[in-house]
Design a protein around this ligand. Structure first.
Ligand SMILES: NC(=O)c1ccc[n+]([C@@H]2O[C@H](COP(=O)([O-])OP(=O)(O)OC[C@H]3O[C@@H](n4cnc5c(N)ncnc54)[C@H](O)[C@@H]3O)[C@@H](O)[C@H]2O)c1
Length: 257
């Protein structure tokens, strides 16, 4: 028995990094996975790698999460391919640097559009699918940046805090409406994926750059994608059936300081 037997998961931003790792871990535990990404070739590659281990379990969709039409097509295609959708992992996201003096309206809007608006649009459109195939779970990938601030991450801080609060509002609505749909957020610290390359470069690159990041983390190392994957897997599974409107920090202790 896999921990995700019977689960049909749409994972956004699955071409690389965390999303690709979630797809592998989910399929290893018995789920079917629809991997979507604006990078369609990357989504195909992730699905192909999963299908090598578990033939027929993974499907790929080119999907820009800022586009309503793309959401409609991805949800429709994923539900048809998997037989429904009962797990939605809103993982696609971008990092943006800038402080109150340097941030531009353009970069601010882009960050909110990709990291926040996309989850509003997509989760609203996914609701009929999730209701149909309940019990269902929505997992939103926020960040420690949604809980603690950095002077040079203005729009990202605001975006990830919005994801944190949006997750609670969605969870409470579903609970009050009597839907068997849970919604939670996950808050990783610096985790070894391409998104942290600019941060490592800012710190001087290579091991020096990584050291500047790990020094801030009580457990003194970067996160690995699997560290986050185990939390997402738990929230997607029925093991977390009484957990909703919660936040799980996968942060090596950084937010406790
Ligand atoms: N890695 C970390 O240190 C870290 C820490 C905290 C939070 N996060 C969050 O985790 C999530 C995944 O990040 P990652 O580390 O895997 O980064 P990543 O850059 O490796 O992967 C992000 C993926 O999202 C996709 N994407 C970007 N814009 C998109 C769009 N408009 N539509 C569809 N797909 C789009 C990219 O093509 C890419 O495949 C993000 O929401 C990020 O903010 C990451």
């Amino acid at each position: 028995m896999g921990r995700l037997d019977g689960k049909m998961a749409l994972i956004t931003g699955g071409a690389q990094g965390l999303g690709a790792c979630f797809a592998r871990m989910f399929a290893d535990e018995g789920a079917k996975v629809a991997v979507s990404d604006v990078n369609g070739d990357g989504a195909e590659a992730t699905a192909a790698a999963v299908n090598e281990r578990h033939p027929g379990k993974a499907f790929a969709f080119r999907h820009d999460v800022t586009s309503t039409a793309d959401w409609e097509a991805a949800l429709d295609g994923a539900a048809a391919a998997m037989g429904g959708i009962n797990v939605l992992v809103n993982n696609a996201g971008i990092g943006v640097f800038g402080n109150i003096e340097t941030e531009t309206m353009e970069s601010w809007r882009k960050c909110q559009e990709v990291d926040v608006d996309s989850i509003f649009i997509g989760t609203q459109l996914a609701m009929p699918y999730l209701k149909e195939a309940a019990p269902a779970s929505i997992v939103n990938i926020s960040s420690v940046a949604g809980l603690i601030a950095d002077g040079n991450m203005l729009s990202y801080n605001v975006a990830k805090a919005s994801v944190w609060m949006m997750s609670k509002s969605i969870a409470l609505h579903c609970a009050r409406a009597g839907y068997d749909i849970r919604c939670n957020s996950v808050h990783p610290v610096f985790t070894r994926t391409p998104i942290i390359d600019p941060l490592v470069a800012l710190g001087g690159g290579g091991e020096d750059g990584e050291c500047k990041l790990t020094r801030q983390i009580p457990l003194r190392r970067l996160g690995e994608p699997e560290d986050v994957g185990y939390a997402v897997l738990y929230l997607a599974s029925d093991e977390s059936r009484f957990v909703t409107a919660a936040e799980i920090k996968v942060d090596g202790g950084i937010t406790a300081q």
